[in-house]
Structures are given as structure tokens and as C-alpha cells.
Design a binder for this molecule. Structure first.
Ligand code: GTP
Ligand code: MG
Length: 549
């Protein structure tokens, strides 16, 4: 079988994020494609942010003619790109070429008269398009094409996987179906930009930045939108300008700690979102969590949002994951498949608890790829040696320095197929000495566990912390059992793979099905366990999720 990964071009966000210095046509040889220069994380984020500031969101009537609508909006300036999608009605995302067009549009828009209710007159970039004459809404046929913002249904996914030609093809198909699309990425950045407008009503120089899987190259369609309120730009931390003998500083209120300041700011922003934020619903202030946050849904974009404050280390870990995900196209394909596998077997959950998180799983895949021979990914310590002056970064006393230039990193000499890597991943972690070893992507090798948590994954920047401290022994055991079973299934399959015409789930599709032997053994275990133990496990899960909250 040909190693498909060498031919595979990553699509979606990362493809859009790759920089074609010499714009290469689509038909170039794969080898020369490898030479495409890759953009830095900060450059991608800056461009996306600037793009989002020139963009507006419009709720449209269903029967609309795209041509007429675009002509109408173009009165305010040339449009760079646009798309439609469905979420509680039809919406259009319009990206103007210039920021001034947004102001021109806002000047032409009125605040609605709501009859029995009263409108809060907040002038955002989220509008409603209405017919001037609702009884005669134009003569043209509606012809709007909607862009998809949701992951594929399981049935469609299984069909695609069963039809694939090889396991490598399956892993790449899964990636293509689940990854965040160009439009979805734009919508995520636009949502942050709209939230920033609201926060800026109080804190004019603040920035709302997305982090986590929305930007780290491992995001799935439908994943939550993590964002943080960055107040560093306000000059709060910069020394004031001196002139002669004098220096001026702002008169401010003070509070006893950074945590209390964060809680106060998030509390006010939470209120603003709740009272003024068009489309912001279900606002919850979770201010006593380890990392205080405001959680809400942005109905118009369909995202579940988590807003935190001063979370620069998390942004740095998103950058690090972006580097790893962009270095070699096999990384994302493998991470996506393993995340889907974990979700399919309820190893991960959207509810916080004693289970493994997607973030921990990604760290495990990165570590495994650092352990291959030759290594498929470099260690964080190696990335640190490639850093230049501009990359130096210390956050809250933690050294977070590593190169931001992907082009400095030599491509790996490892040519293993995705099929082999997936099987070896399950083998590796099915036999890992979790009881004594810790996973450490900084050094790329196992280390003695510094504490007794069942699963120890060293936080890459805050090195005394364990990113999987929440995981209990029974969840870890479930992971190990399923990894062993999956390795076994893949080994058996190799011996007797069904023909593609048989439509039998095979390869990755077989791994995503509920595991028969496991559910049987679980049922046996459940029967054997005394009720008191089951209740204790349940209480442990609730306790750890309570702590998170
Ligand atoms: P999804 O499950 O797709 O949302 O993945 P995610 O990577 O966005 O995870 P999540 O929303 O739980 O967390 C957002 C970001 O916060 C992660 O990408 C990490 O950068 C950071 N993060 C999450 N959990 C931890 C943790 O336990 N420790 C540390 N240091 N950072 C974490
Ligand atoms: Mg997330």
C-alpha cells in the first residue's frame, strides 16, 4: 500500500493558514508542496482578527435572492467574501474589503420598534434584514446555498469510512469531515470580535482572543469556543511615559489579588453580555472556578462560549499545539481519529469530571509521536533551542519560549503510515507504565511520576502541574483496556480485511463501534462491584467536577 499521508494536503483552516510565498498551483508535485512556507500562529491570528473587524453578521429572511441581497449590501462598500448558514434562521456573514464600510452600514441601520417590548439601543455588528414590503418580497427565486457548520452524522461518517480505500484514507477522510472549515473559522473569529465590541464598552483597549481547539488546529466542527479577555494591551502593565521629573499614572480602584480583579471584570462583562449582547443567551458566571469564566451561548453562531480573562499561558499552549499540528499532516489526522475514538467509547465527555480531556489526549498523541524512531515530532526543549530574540516569552514567571517559525524546523525523516501509527499508539499506551511514569512533551521521554495521580501529564509550561490530575484510576483503566482491545482488533483485521464491496465496518470504522467484549466485561465488572464502590466512584466524579466548576 502507498503511504497516503505523503500525498495528503490538509484542507480547511490550516490550508488557509499556510502561506504560499510563491503561490503554487494545485497540480504541483507533493514534494514541492512540502516547501510551502508556513505562517506563524501570531500572523494567522492577527489576520483573522483584522478580517473579523471588517465583517458583519446579518439575520436574513428565508426566501432571499443572494444577488439582490449582495447588491443591496454593496452600497456600503466592496465585499471581500460572504457566505450563508443556518442557526435559528438564515444568517449571512459579510466580510467587507474596508472597515469603513461597517460604519457606513451601521449609520444606515435603525433600532427596531418592538411594539409591546422595549429595545436596548446597542449598536452592534449583528443586524436583522427585513422586507420593506413583507407581503410582496421580490420576484426572484430564492437561491441561497448554506455552508455547513456541523460535524457529519454518524451514519454518513460510517458510509464514508467503509468506502475508503485504505486505513490511511479513512483517517484522512475523518479529518476532512470533522475539521473546522474556512467559514467556521471566520465565524469563530467574528463571534470573538462581536464579544470584544461589548467588552470594549467598558474596557476600550481590551482584546478578546480565541484559544483552545478553535485555533490550535485540532478543532472539530461543533466544538466549544474558548476565548479570553486580554487586558495587557491597555498599557496596564507598561511603565508610563516619563517626561522630565514627572510620571503620570491612572487613578484606579484596587483589590487584594489578581484573581479578585479577574472575578470583578468578568462579572461586569457577564452582566453586559446578558443585558446588552444580541444573541447571547444562557449567561452563567462561574467565578469561583480555578480559572474563573463566563459561559454563554451565542445563538446566532450556534457556539457554546467560555470567556476567561488573562489566560496568556493557555494561548501559548494553543500556539504550541498549532505548531505540532501544522508540522506534519499526519499529526492532525491521528489526533482527530483518536479524539473521535475516545468520544465514541465515552472516554471523553462534554461534562467536566474524572475522565480524560481532549487536551490530555492530544498531549498523549504528541508524546507518542516524539517517541517514534525516528521521531515524528520534536520535543519542546528542541523548539526552545530554535527560538530567537523575538520568541522570548515569560508569563507569570514561567518560561514559555519556543520558536514561532515553523520553517526553522526540519521535516521529520519518519515515513510511517497512519495505519501503523494508530495501531502503535494503542499498543504503546495499552502497555505504558502509568503507575510509575509521567508523560512529558518538553523532554519527549518518560519520567518518574512526581506525585501519585493515576495519569500524570506534565503541563508543558507550568511544569509543576499535571494536566490530567482530574483522571481517576477507573477512567485510566478504561482507556488502557480499550487501547489494548483496539490494538487487537487492528491486528486481527490485518489478517482478514473484508472486501470494500461488503460494506462491513472495517479499520477505523470498526474501532468507532461500541466494543462488544468491553461492554460485556464492563457489565460483568459492574455486577461484581459492590454498590458502595459504585456510589463512591460516582461521588468522586461529582466532587472533581464540582471543583472544576
Ligand atoms: P475541545 O474539547 O475541542 O474544546 O478541546 P480544547 O483544547 O479547546 O479543550 P478545552 O476547551 O477543555 O480547553 C481549552 C484550552 O484550555 C486547551 O486547549 C488548553 O490550552 C487549556 N486547557 C484545558 N485543560 C487544561 C488543563 O487541564 N491544564 C492546562 N494547563 N490547560 C488546559
Ligand atoms: Mg475548547
Amino acid at each position: 500500500r502507498r503511504p497516503v499521508h505523503r500525498l495528503f494536503r490538509c484542507a480547511g483552516t490550516v490550508a488557509a493558514d499556510l502561506k504560499g510565498e510563491e503561490q503554487l498551483p494545485g497540480s504541483v508535485e507533493p514534494d514541492s508542496q512540502d516547501k510551502i512556507l508556513k505562517k506563524r500562529f501570531s500572523e494567522v491570528q492577527k489576520e483573522r482578527r483584522e478580517q473579523a473587524q471588517r465583517t458583519v453578521l446579518i439575520n436574513c429572511p428565508n426566501k432571499i435572492s443572494e444577488k439582490k441581497f449582495i447588491k443591496y449590501i454593496s452600497q456600503h462598500g466592496p465585499i471581500n467574501s460572504h457566505f450563508f448558514y443556518e442557526s435559528f434562521g438564515l444568517h449571512a456573514v459579510i466580510e467587507f474589503c474596508q472597515k469603513e464600510s461597517v460604519a457606513s452600514l451601521q449609520d444606515a441601520v435603525c433600532t427596531p420598534n418592538l411594539g409591546t417590548e422595549t429595545a436596548i439601543p446597542f449598536r452592534s455588528r449583528f443586524f436583522n434584514l427585513k422586507w420593506t414590503n413583507p407581503l410582496n418580497p421580490g420576484s426572484e427565486q430564492p437561491n441561497v446555498q448554506c455552508s455547513n457548520q456541523l460535524p457529519p452524522a454518524s451514519k454518513k461518517l460510517f458510509q464514508l469510512l467503509c468506502r475508503a480505500e485504505s486505513m490511511d484514507d479513512q483517517l484522512n477522510t475523518l479529518l476532512k469531515e470533522f475539521q473546522i472549515t474556512e467559514e467556521n473559522a471566520k465565524l469563530r473569529h467574528l463571534t470573538c470580535s462581536l464579544i470584544e465590541d461589548i467588552a470594549a464598552a467598558y474596557l476600550p483597549d481590551c482584546t478578546v482572543r480565541p484559544f483552545g481547539s478553535s485555533v490550535n488546529s485540532f478543532g472539530k466542527l461543533g466544538c466549544d469556543l474558548d476565548m479570553f479577555l486580554d487586558l495587557d494591551e491597555t498599557g496596564r502593565l507598561n511603565p508610563g511615559k516619563t517626561s522630565g521629573h514627572f510620571q503620570m499614572e491612572f487613578q484606579v480602584k484596587s483589590v487584594p489579588s489578581e484573581r479578585i480583579a479577574t472575578q470583578k471584570i468578568l462579572s461586569v462583562i457577564g452582566e453586559c453580555l446578558d443585558h446588552f449582547g444580541p444573541g447571547c443567551v444562557g449567561v452563567q458566571k462561574i467565578l469561583n472556578a480555578r480559572c474563573p469564566l463566563v459561559r454563554f451561548s451565542q445563538q446566532a453562531s450556534g457556539f457554546q462560549c467560555d470567556l476567561t480573562s488573562n489566560n496568556r499561558i493557555a494561548l501559548k499552549s494553543s500556539e504550541l499545539l498549532y505548531m505540532y499540528g501544522t508540522l506534519d499532516s499526519r499529526v492532525r489526522a491521528l489526533v482527530f481519529s483518536i479524539r473521535c475514538w475516545a468520544r465514541a467509547h465515552s472516554l471523553t465527555s462534554s461534562i467536566p469530571g474524572a475522565w480524560i480531556t481532549n487536551f490530555s489526549l492530544t498531549m498523549m498523541v504528541i508524546f507518542f509521536l516524539q517517541r517514534r524512531s525516528p521521531p515524528l515530532l520534536p520535543t519542546l526543549d528542541y523548539l526552545k533551542t530554535l527560538a530567537d530574540e523575538g520568541d522570548q516569552c515569560v508569563i507569570e514567571g514561567h518560561n514559555c519560549t519556543f520558536t514561532s517559525d515553523l520553517n526553522r524546523i526540519k521535516p521529520s525523516g519518519n515515513t510511517e503510515t497512519l495505519e501503523l501509527l494508530l495501531m502503535e499508539f494503542f499498543e504503546y499506551f495499552g502497555n505504558f507504565a502509568f503507575n510509575k511514569n509521567s508523560i512529558n512533551i518538553r523532554q519527549g521521554r518518560e519520567q518518574n511520576k512526581p506525585e501519585s495521580s493515576p495519569l500524570h501529564i506534565q503541563n508543558p509550561f507550568e511544569t509543576s502541574l499535571n494536566v490530567s490530575k482530574n483522571v481517576n484510576q477507573s477512567q485510566l483503566q478504561k482507556f488502557v483496556d480499550l487501547a489494548r482491545e483496539s490494538a487487537w482488533i487492528l491486528q486481527q483485521e490485518d489478517k482478514a480485511r473484508p472486501s470494500s464491496a461488503s460494506h462491513q465496518p472495517w479499520g477505523l470504522a470498526a474501532l468507532l463501534l461500541p466494543s462488544v467484549s468491553h461492554s460485556k466485561s464492563l457489565a460483568r465488572k459492574k455486577r461484581k462491584k459492590p454498590a458502595s464502590e459504585r456510589i463512591r466512584n460516582l461521588l468522586d466524579s461529582i466532587k472533581s467536577s464540582g471543583k472544576e466548576q
